[in-house]
Design a binder for this molecule. Structure first.
Ligand SMILES: Cc1ncc(COP(=O)(O)O)c(C=O)c1O
Length: 402
């Protein structure tokens, strides 16, 4: 008689994860970390390797995958996208009073990383179609002190990089892409994250490819590689020492500890290797929402995401734009009553406490202010089932307002 197949340790942990998530407040959560399959095996391998600090074999494997798949000069794994942005700001040698143009419709780290170095943020509004930086407003914000433009590829849909690069090039300004949401996305056939001299990726658990907390700095201008290695290693030339290029390592420059443990890199490696499968799942989820909400949205004056034909999106999220703040809040409540968690973001940065300290006032970025009130993100994670998606859709189309 054949022995009954023992459930794998990984499957047991995954089921426990689902059960404990389900016991949390929502029947359908907004996000649940999903597993590719070999995470635990790889973590065991990292332990067996005897190298669990940074820059071990799995870190190198992850970096090689990113460099190959995205075609970038150099990828350095770091502890978060926030830290990748902070490294970018250090690499640009920003000085007190330098200016950086950032969208107001963005995450705190997008701007904070540059403010930490003494830069002054100038907030730019967004386009109505993609909710990306409105590149037509760039020229009027540029001054002799502008050192960087930071496009955020919202929902992984590419910003208008041709125009942004042309303007930045003409004024000698660096472009740093915040590609936290755009891994595997493309603009005119080229991967997001490979346009600016530097770009930042996120592997936070709310993203498609994850390791809990993690990120990568993509370096497209090779002149930044040597210094980036130093900044990432506490301001020392330890990377060169480990490669045998110097016989001791010492303090060379500014820096901090931006390396993730190889245990996290092992987790990430499993996810990166399953990149295609993850993308297929996310595409299926995104298309399901679009297919089942199209008619309802058109009827009720709700807008669904728009992806220009020259952009390939990585299916990072599905959002809807309700007619007003009141309907958005009412829909959140309506979904919560069915134990479905939907969320919104971003709060306009120019109107935040810090934003106001830099002179931000109501009306500076009118579209950001409007969209921030109307946008709602639906549950979206790799293992979201069609059954749960059907419940979400059913709850949404049941929602009425006058
Ligand atoms: C546009 C953007 N940039 C940066 C980040 C920060 O990413 P991390 O949590 O990896 O630091 C986020 C977080 O979601 C984000 O949305």
């Amino acid at each position: 008689m054949q022995a009954e197949k023992q459930p794998r340790k990984q499957d047991k942990i995954m089921n426990r994860n689902k059960r404990s998530q389900n016991m949390k407040r929502h029947r359908i959560p907004f996000n649940r970390p999903s597993f590719a399959g070999s995470e635990l095996d790889y973590i065991s391998e990292a332990i067996a390797n005897g190298h669990i600090s940074g820059d071990g074999p799995f870190t190198k494997r992850c970096q090689a995958i990113l460099e190959e798949v995205l075609s970038c000069h150099k990828a350095l794994l770091v502890t978060s996208c926030t830290h990748a942005l902070e490294m970018a700001a250090m690499l640009l040698d920003l000085q007190l009073g330098d200016e950086v143009i950032v969208p107001s419709f963005a995450y705190v780290s997008t701007v904070n990383a540059f403010v930490l170095r003494g830069a002054r943020p100038l907030f730019i509004d967004i386009r109505r179609d993609t909710l990306n930086m409105d590149e037509t407003q760039l020229e009027r914000l540029i001054t002799p002190r502008t050192r960087a433009i930071v496009p955020v590829h919202y929902a992984g849909v590419g910003c208008e990089m041709d125009t942004i690069l042309e303007i930045a090039g003409r004024h000698g300004i660096a472009v740093v892409e915040d590609n936290a949401l755009g891994l595997f996305g493309k603009y005119r056939g080229k991967h997001l994250g490979t346009f600016g001299c530097l770009a930042a990726q996120s592997f936070h658990e709310t993203k498609g490819v994850i390791c809990g907390e993690g990120g990568a700095l993509l370096i497209n201008d090779p002149d930044y590689i040597a210094r980036a290695e130093i900044i990432r290693e506490k301001g020392t030339d330890r990377s060169r020492f480990f490669r045998g290029e110097v016989d001791k390592y010492t303090w060379i420059d500014l820096g901090s500890s931006f390396l993730p443990s190889d245990l996290l890199a092992a987790f990430l490696c499993a996810q990166l290797e399953a990149g295609n499968t993850i993308q297929e799942k996310r595409k299926r989820i995104w298309e399901y929402y679009r297919r089942h909400l199209d008619g309802w949205a058109a009827e009720r004056g709700v807008r669904l995401p728009q992806v220009p034909p020259h952009c390939e999106q990585p299916y990072h999220m599905f959002y809807i734009l309700l007619p007003s703040l009141r309907t958005r809040q009412a829909l959140i409540k309506h979904l919560l009553a069915r134990s479905i968690l939907s969320v919104f973001h971003y709060l306009p940065l120019h109107l935040s406490e810090m934003g106001k300290r830099f002179g931000g006032r109501k009306g500076d970025c009118p579209l950001t202010e409007e969209i921030s009130d109307r946008l709602l993100r639906l549950p979206f994670f790799n293992d979201l089932t069609e059954e749960d998606q059907a419940s979400v859709v059913e709850a949404i189309v049941d929602f009425t307002w006058d």
